[in-house]
Structures are given as C-alpha cells and as structure tokens.
Write a protein that binds this ligand. Structure first.
Ligand SMILES: [Zn+2]
Ligand SMILES: [Zn+2]
Length: 777
C-alpha cells in the first residue's frame, strides 16, 4: 500500500453499459466525482464507459447511486457493474483517452431535439451562437444521422470536414464545458452555413451568406404561398403555409400526393393547442427530445385565427399529425414565419425522402420554389417518427428519427447474431445480438430501386455500427418479397422463415416484455400463410417459438388478385356475393357505379379464376368502405379503411352480428357483417351509423372468438397486432370489450403494430428457435 493511501478509503472499478457515448457521460462522471471529492479516472472503450473511483465508502455509494439517477438526458444506462480494488492513493480525477480497439459494443444514440440551454443561447444576442441554425451540445443535436462509423468521434461523422475554431475547440476539450466532446460542436465561425437556393440551384441569400438573410427570405417564400424545401436532420422536407389553401393545394398537386394527410409543424405547445386537443400525455410526447409527429384529434380549424388550417392539409381526417421544431433551423424558421407550416417528406409520391443535396435539387426542383439548405451532410436517410397517445402511453406507428438506433432490450438472448429482413411494405430490418434488438429506421416500401438500396445500405451500416456478423437470417415466407429474396441470397447463414402473423404477435410480445403464450389476434392487409393462401384475419395461439392457427376470418376470393387491393369495389363484389348466395339485392350503388366490369368481376370470383382466397381483415374493411361509397379505388395502402374509420360515428351503436363457427380452426363470417351493412344501406340508415355498427361488429366478433379460444386453451391474455389495429376506433372498442370479458390485453407501444414491427418479430422468433436447438448449426 502506497504511503499516501488513507486507510478508510476504498477503490472501485466501474463499468457502465448502454447509450453512454457521445451523450456527455464522461463529463458527467467527472463532475460527479469531483463534487464528491473522489479520485480516479473515467474513459470510453468499445464496451461503453469505464471508471475507477477512490474515496470514503459512503461517497462511493453516493456516486454509484447518482450514476443512473442523474445521468445526462440522452444517456440510456442499461447496466452498471462495480468491482472492489485496492486503493492506490493517487490524487485528482481525470478523463482519459478513448480506447478504440477490440469488439465494439458501445451504442450510438438517436438524434435529439435542441435542448433548453441551446435554445437560450440561440435567442441571446450576447451569445456567439446567437441565431446560429446549427447550435448543439452534448445534450442535443444530430447523432445517428451524421454517424458514418464507430467509435462515435468527430472524424467518423459528417462534421469531419469542419475544422473547429479555437473557441469551439476549447469548449470541446474542457471537461467542465457543456460541449465537452460534443462531436457536432460548431459555431458561425467554423461550422456549417445556411443558404437559400432557387429551384435551379442558384444562390438567393445575400452576398455575405448570413443566416438571418437566408431565413428571412425563406420565410418570405412561405408567406408568398410558395413551396420551400428544408434540409432537416434525416432528409429534406417540403414546407408550405399550413393556413393557405392555395399553398397546401399547390404542394399536394406538385408532389402527386392526392389524399394522404400532411403533417404540420407548429412553433410551440400553445400553437399546437390551437390546432388539436392536447392532453398531458400528448404534450409530453410533443415536447420530448425525440420530437415525433404526434397524431391528435384536431379542432375545427375552418375559422380565422391561429387554429386555421387549409382544407387540403388533412382532408376528411379527424386526426392531425403535428410536431414541434426539433432543430435550431426549424425554431428560427417558425419564429420568422410566425404561423404553423405543413412539413412533409421531401419526395415525389412514394419515393424515399431525399437526403443528399444534389439528389434533392434534382428530384425536388420541380416541386419546391426554393431550398433552405446547408453544407452539413446527412449520412443516413431517416424519416420523422409517428406516434399517438393511447390510454395514457405512447403508441409508436413509425419508429425512425429520434428513436433509432436505440436498441430494444429483449428478455430471451440472441444465442447467435440474427439479421431479420422484415416485410415488403413499411419495411424495417432488425439485428439481434446478446440482449439487444437493433430495429432499423423506417425504410419504406421495397418496390423501387432507391428503397431497396436504402435497405441493403442500411443493413451494411448497422452491421458495422453495432459490430454484428449475422449467423442466422430470418425472413418472411412470401417468396416474392424483395426482403425474402435478399435473405435467400445471404451465403453461409442459417435461414429462418417466419410466418407473417406469427411475427406480428411475437413483436407485440417483445414490445410488452412477455414470452407468451397468448391468444394472438393479427389483423392486417396481406400476409403469406403456411398453406400458401393470403392470411390477414388471424387468431393464433402463440408464443415466441410457435404459433397455431386457431381461427381466422372465413376466406373470400380476391377477384383479380392484386387488383382487388387497389380497387376495394372488387372486394365489395366478392363479399356481397358471399353474403347473398341467392343473388344480390337490387339498388346497390357500388354495383351501379362499376356496372361495366361488375358482372365480369363477380364471374371471376365465382369461378375462382385469378382470385386467390384471402382471410384478410383489411380486405373486409375495404369491402365495406366501397359498399358505403367511400372509395372504389385507393391512392395509398389502407386508405379505404382509414376513411371508413373517419366516417364512422364514435357513439355507441348495436354491433352487427357475425357467426363464429367453432372448429379447428374456428372461422368467423365477415360476410355476415357485409350483409347487415348492405341491408341497412338499402333501408336508408345513415352511413355514419353503418360504419359504427360495422366496427362494433368486428370488435364483438373478435371478443367471441377469443372467448371460445380461452375455453379451449385456458389462455386469458390477448395480444393485438397488425396494421388494422392502427384503427383507433376499432382498437379502443376491442380493448374495452376484451377487458370487460376479463382478458388481459397486450397492445403495441414501442414498436409499430403494422409491418414496421415484422422484422423484430422475425428476429425474436428465430432466436427462440435457436435457443430451443431447432435451427441447424
Ligand atoms: Zn444543447
Ligand atoms: Zn467555432
């Protein structure tokens, strides 16, 4: 023992795992240790943060307690382990250099909205970053979207090209500064520069290129009713005055987006409250550092005043997607413009969002009148996340910017690393390693080359970032999914094909931290069944390792195959034919509207020619939407069902009855609901009431089927998953009804119920098979 070691002192070696790098964890440890009078050091390595602290035992205890409790806002501490060691008596506390060798296990954090400290500086004329659109610190700013590699250090971010000025470098190297090791730290003297460009790329901001000038002119573009492209964190957005009918309509027609609602960005909570009903949960979601788009019930919005919204922003929708500014640039633009703006992804139609400057100018040049842009590159395209409050908690519908790449903890370990390739639409992929599932950002619909490139490039990026070399590749059973084809091309890996609806229920189990078994209700549009038919209205007895198809909607033909997905009236024909086997009643408008082809489509359905049989719940909603004259053809996936939900009265009505036939598997006659709806329609019952009775009928039918399955299996927990449960009216009604019947009900919270959650489900099913020894070595 060295001479200067105090006998009462102890020394402890500490390791902290989780999202602890690039989030100010070392300075936090440094200031905590110095405040408690402890000696030692702290550093980063491939596993996270490690430290040794020495001092009186009581202070060490306080230190350990504060490590998790007072961690910086962007840190996610997963584990703290402490080991006693012999004191060495060295005084002082130091931050030591990063050790970058070995396997990388530290986690990159998600992008974060501008923090309150930075906002204060942004608004302070005396601050050297006053009005600077790229202000950030250890507690806020870009992360995932600028990281090109690990370890997370400036040379491996898109800030590598900006050399810090002396003032920024001093802050960066000062452990007591709130910008210590903030990799994107910069200022007007050394950092990215804002510019306003015309659609042809010529510079519109003043000769000195001052940010104020570019911003003021950009606000002028919005005020003139024009379309402004804005470079954000994960890509370009298109912005327009949300109160201007002309501006919103112009954006809609140029973007070739016919009906899908636009999201709106408002300056603060008060501005959102003028547009929407905001309760405490919604306010917390809006103001969180993740800053997602939050779907909220909208106010009327037709009159003048701050709540005014152009009719074409979210036509025919009771909900509105709203978000608060999340970059300094957004804050400044909203301040200068003074009103809410439409802020929608910078793309044409269904293409992926533009994120590279040249590509953005080329692709958006025909849509935007001007570009508010800058020279900090975006490394990876990342869309805004979409959430909504449901029963007092967050329910994520699209998990992307602000959430990714934060891992989801899973109870069952990945014995071998897994890559899960996800579904075809709303694709995400997922990497599994140890107790972590790295669910990717929203990739999109894998139908065009650009999206497929995002998919393959994203997988390569995640594999590098998290150092995962997959030994198992999980995929959907659908042979035509591009994600399946990609999986089958991977050499030297064990393949695990996971049924689509099993993956849905497994993702809901992981979301709730439960292993099952449960009664799984998976209702969606399309999923490949184990019998080669198209499933989508499924009752499964499932846990992570297995699923038995215990019930489903009775099959109906899809006349014309995929054409029946794009043209819901074809499903109305098929369902009406099943509902009225003796012949269709006269006077149905849906038949009259489509009289040219109606007889041929009926004939297709009856003969089974080019008419695959489906148990899809999405197609049942489509049929009723078309029957009610809501929509005969769709412009985006799920549109008819979305509009049926919006039309339906929310007041309680008597449910339509549907026969549930017990059996192995049990079947539910969706055609009973269609017959009741058609009969009411011909009797002149208002469509709002028919829509409500239909929703109640679907919920009642789910309740009855679950009751029969509980009798059979003894299971009292129901997990609800699949895109159909994005329907808030249906979801709320089903949860109420099941709880009244004494069920425990699991719904989605952290993971989307739609196909964005499929890859996570695939990953944990494959891991369960692996743990059970059911996969080859
Ligand atoms: Zn900050
Ligand atoms: Zn600087």
């Amino acid at each position: 023992m060295a001479a200067n070691v105090r006998a009462s002192n102890v020394r402890t070696s500490i390791r902290v795992e989780g999202v602890v790098q690039g989030v100010g964890f070392r300075p936090f440890v440094y200031s905590l240790a110095t405040r408690l009078g402890l000696a030692g050091w702290v550093g980063n390595d491939v596993d996270g943060v490690f430290a040794e602290v020495e001092g009186p035992a009581e202070q060490i205890r306080d230190f350990l307690a504060a490590l998790e409790r007072d961690a910086p806002p962007l840190a996610r501490v997963e584990r703290v382990s402490a080991q006693p060691m012999s004191p060495d008596g060295c005084p002082g506390f130091a931050i030591v250099a990063s050790d970058t060798g070995g396997r990388r296990r530290a986690l990159v954090s998600a992008d974060s909205a501008t923090c309150a400290d930075c906002l204060r500086e942004l608004a302070d004329p005396a601050d050297r970053r006053f009005g600077y659109p790229f202000i950030n610190c250890t507690n806020c700013g870009p992360r995932f979207t600028i990281v090109a590699g690990v370890p997370y250090d400036r040379p491996l971010t898109t800030m590598a090209g900006f050399t810090m000025c002396a003032a920024c470098a001093a802050e960066y190297h000062d452990p007591a500064d709130r910008r210590f090791h903030a990799q994107p730290v910069c200022c007007p003297a050394c950092g990215p520069r804002l510019r306003l460009l015309a659609a042809d790329g010529t510079e519109l901001s003043g000769p000195d290129g001052a940010a104020e000038d570019a911003l003021a002119r950009a606000a002028g573009v919005l005020a003139a009713g024009q379309v402004l492209a804005v470079k954000g964190l994960g890509g370009y957005h298109l912005a327009a005055d949300a109160a201007s009918d002309q501006a919103a309509a112009r954006l809609r027609s140029r973007k070739h987006r016919e009906d899908k609602p636009f999201a709106v960005m408002a300056a603060d909570l008060a501005a959102v409250r003028a547009l929407c009903e905001v309760d405490d949960v919604a306010a917390a979601l809006l103001a969180s550092l993740r800053r997602p788009i939050v779907l909220l019930p909208r106010r009327d919005g037709t009159g003048p005043g701050p709540g005014r919204l152009a009719g074409s922003v979210a036509p025919g929708n009771r909900q509105l997607g709203v978000m608060l500014p999340y970059t300094p640039l957004h804050h400044l633009l909203l301040r200068d413009f003074g009103r809410p703006i439409v802020l929608t992804s910078g793309n044409v139609s269904d293409e992926p969002i533009a994120y590279q400057d040249g590509d953005a100018l080329a692709r958006l040049g025909g849509i935007a009148d001007a570009f508010l842009t800058h020279d900090r590159p975006i490394h990876i395209r990342t869309d805004d996340s979409v959430v909504r409050p449901f029963r007092g908690r967050e329910a994520v519908l699209r998990r992307s910017r602000g959430y990714v790449p934060e891992p989801l903890a899973v109870a069952g370990r990945f014995a071998r690393p897994v890559l899960a390739c996800g579904a075809e639409l709303k694709n995400t992929f997922c990497l599994g390693r140890g107790n972590h599932a790295f669910l990717s950002h929203h990739i999109g619909d894998l139908e065009n080359y650009e999206t497929l490139r995002s998919f393959t490039g994203g997988i390569a990026h995640f594999r590098r970032l998290f150092d995962v070399e997959p030994q198992i590749v999980a995929h959907d059973l659908h042979p035509e999914y591009l994600s399946t084809k990609y999986a089958l091309e991977q050499d030297g890996c064990v393949l695990a094909g996971v049924q689509h609806h099993h993956a849905h229920i497994a993702s809901c189990l992981v979301d709730n931290g439960e292993p099952g078994p449960v009664i799984g209700v998976a209702f969606d549009g399309t999923g490949y069944g184990t019998d080669g038919t198209i499933w989508g209205g499924e009752f499964l007895l499932a846990d992570l390792a297995g699923a038995e198809r215990a019930g489903h909607l009775a099959g109906v033909p899809m006349p014309g195959g995929a054409a029946a997905i794009r043209q819901p009236w074809r499903m109305a024909a098929a369902y009406l034919d099943a509902a009225f086997p003796g012949g269709l009643p006269a006077g149905l408008d849906v038949a009259a509207r489509n009289s040219d082809t109606w007889p041929d489509v009926l004939a297709l359905a009856r003969r089974g020619v080019n008419s695959p049989v489906t148990s899809s719940a999405g197609r049942l909603f489509d049929a009723v939407a078309a029957l009610l004259g809501i929509r005969d053809t769709i412009n985006y996936e799920g549109q008819a069902a979305v509009e049926l939900e919006q039309l339906a009265a929310t007041s309680r009505c008597d449910p339509y009855p549907a026969a549930v036939t017990d059996g192995q598997p049990l079947t539910v006659a969706g055609s009973d609901l269609v017959r009741a709806a058609a009969t009411d329609l011909l009797a002149g019952v208002p469509r709002e009431v028919i829509g409500a009775r239909f929703h109640q009928g679907v919920a009642t039918m789910i309740g009855e089927a679950c009751g029969l399955l509980r009798d059979r299996s003894g299971l009292g927990t129901v997990a609800l998953s699949g895109g159909v449960f994005q329907n808030l009216l249906l979801l709320g009604t089903v949860v109420d009804l099941l709880e009244r019947r004494g069920f425990r009900v699991l719904t989605h919270s952290r993971v989307p119920p739609n196909d964005g959650g499929i890859s996570l489900g695939q990953a944990v099913v494959a891991a369960a098979w692996d743990r059970a020894g059911r996969l080859p070595n």
